[in-house]
Design a protein around this ligand. Structure first.
Ligand code: SF4
Length: 458
């Protein structure tokens, strides 16, 4: 079967194509893409440059498909691109915040597309596999307590733990998904403050996974304060990978890692945790968070971490910070330099740079699911700016984990993340709106550079 995108494009190209037309077109396109996903052949015809929403949507979606993307990815990418283009135009036209100002006409489209999986993709049970929830992991915010107050951390801290029923309900949902491999991610706050619950959850998930013949994995973001040699060994036996944040030398690290107990030295704790992870053969990744203020030291800091014997490193630009052209250019050049200096090790797999393998850009639109301490379900991206939340902003919870029927029905993409960030933070706050767009455009430029670097290493 050969399908073309001509009906989508000709309708979208008609003068004044509005959001409703786009919705109809998308429904038709989705049907074609589903057919493609099921073995047909799709030959998009790229429309010439046109500024109507529909034409832009068709063009972006077709280009993703031509580059080998999947139908849901094409739909999501096109919607993100459109939202970005329209929002950028709105920002250029009037930088101050005005929730009703929408010169690019994107707001109605966002309103219509908000629940596009339900509108376009139909009943969950009848949905093709390609259009079900593709994520195999969930983030559990197991506590909001933490021994640190890192200056770039957006998570609101309070004395609040996730109840056991919420942990168990989430595990059951994930186990009930159609995924063959699942991963439980512990985050916070500092997850190791809930050590007994982590042990219990891991043992329970492994046993249930074996009974269901599912592959089970675990991930934990930790500051290392509560890690001990025996805990490291136990975590390794469960198959955990831990993520430790180390920003460079003692001075560089402690500049932003502020302990609640002033007598503590965060650098020493993280260093000890890295040594314990290496000794216990506990899989680990060190994340370096770089800000526009520290980016000049990035290569030196990278070498510092490397000399500790770490073999998996992520060099992350801080989101929630504005990246000016100069700082971004220094960051991109530093990535180039790191790849150039360590090309042999990166190529052989002896060293892993997470930016090239697993990080999704723009990072601020991360569409992973997260369960809050109270059991409410959110897109993880919502936490990127949590501590900057404007007064009176609406709660964007997708419901409670207790009421969720199936994991498979939770289809969401970067469009939903973008839309959630705009609605929660940015539509009513000009500064946050500029910040969001800065982080999205930063992510797009970083993504282009990463594609190039991957090509060099191939
Ligand atoms: S250790 Fe993690 S949760 Fe705690 S303040 Fe730092 S970044 Fe936030």
């Amino acid at each position: 079967m050969t399908l073309t995108s001509s009906s989508l494009i000709s309708r979208a190209m008609s003068p004044g194509a509005g959001a409703k037309d786009v919705l109809t077109d998308l429904r038709d396109a989705a049907a074609a893409w589903v057919a493609e996903a099921e073995g047909g052949r799709f030959e998009p015809e790229l429309p010439p440059d046109d500024r109507t929403l529909g034409a832009q949507l068709a063009r972006h979606a077709a280009s993703v498909l031509l580059a080998g993307g999947s139908p849901p990815e094409a739909l999501d990418s096109a919607l993100v691109r459109l939202l970005y283009t329209g929002e950028s135009e709105a920002l250029r036209a009037r930088p101050d915040a005005d929730p009703d100002f929408d010169p690019a006409g994107v707001r109605p489209l966002a309103d219509l597309m908000r629940d596009y999986p339900a509108r376009i993709l139909g009943d969950v049970a009848e949905r093709p596999a390609a259009l079900r929830n593709r994520s195999a992991n969930v983030q559990l915010m197991i506590t909001r307590r933490c021994q640190l107050r890192c200056s770039y951390c957006p998570v609101v801290k309070r004395d609040e733990d996730m109840p056991r029923e919420v942990i168990d309900r989430t595990i059951n949902l994930l186990l009930g998904s159609s995924r063959e491999s699942i991963r439980l991610d512990f985050t916070g706050g500092e997850p190791l403050l809930r050590w007994e619950e982590i042990q219990r959850a891991a043992v329970r998930t492994i046993a249930a996974g074996e009974a269901l013949e599912k592959k089970v994995g675990f991930y934990m973001v930790t500051n290392g304060f509560e890690l001990t040699r025996s805990r490291a060994e136990e975590l390794a036996s469960y198959g955990f990978r831990i993520e430790l944040s180390l920003d460079g030398s003692e001075e560089a690290h402690n500049r932003y890692k502020v302990p609640v107990d002033a007598s503590e030295n965060p650098y020493k704790h993280t260093l000890a945790a890295i040594e314990m992870a290496i000794d216990a053969r506990l899989a680990h990744t060190v994340v370096m968070v770089v800000t526009p203020q520290t980016v000049r030291d990035l290569r030196e800091s990278f070498e510092h971490v490397l000399h500790l014997g770490v073999q998996s490193i992520d060099v992350n630009y801080a989101i929630g910070r504005t990246w000016d052209d100069e700082s971004l250019s220094i960051y991109l050049s530093a990535l180039d330099g790191i790849v150039e200096d360590h090309a042999m090790r990166l190529h052989s797999g002896d060293l892993e740079l997470g930016n090239l393998t697993s990080r999704v850009e723009p990072a601020i639109l991360n569409a992973e699911w997260m369960v809050n301490t109270d059991g409410s379900l959110h897109l993880m991206t919502e936490w990127a700016l949590e501590s900057s939340r404007p007064d009176g902003s609406q709660d964007l919870s997708f419901g409670s984990i207790a009421d969720l029927g199936t994991w498979d029905g939770l289809f969401a993409g970067r469009f939903h993340s973008y839309d959630a960030l705009l609605r929660t933070y940015a539509w009513r706050d000009g500064e946050l709106r500029s910040l969001l767009h800065n982080n999205v455009s930063t992510g797009r430029l970083v993504s282009q550079r990463i594609d190039r670097l991957r090509g060099i290493l191939r």
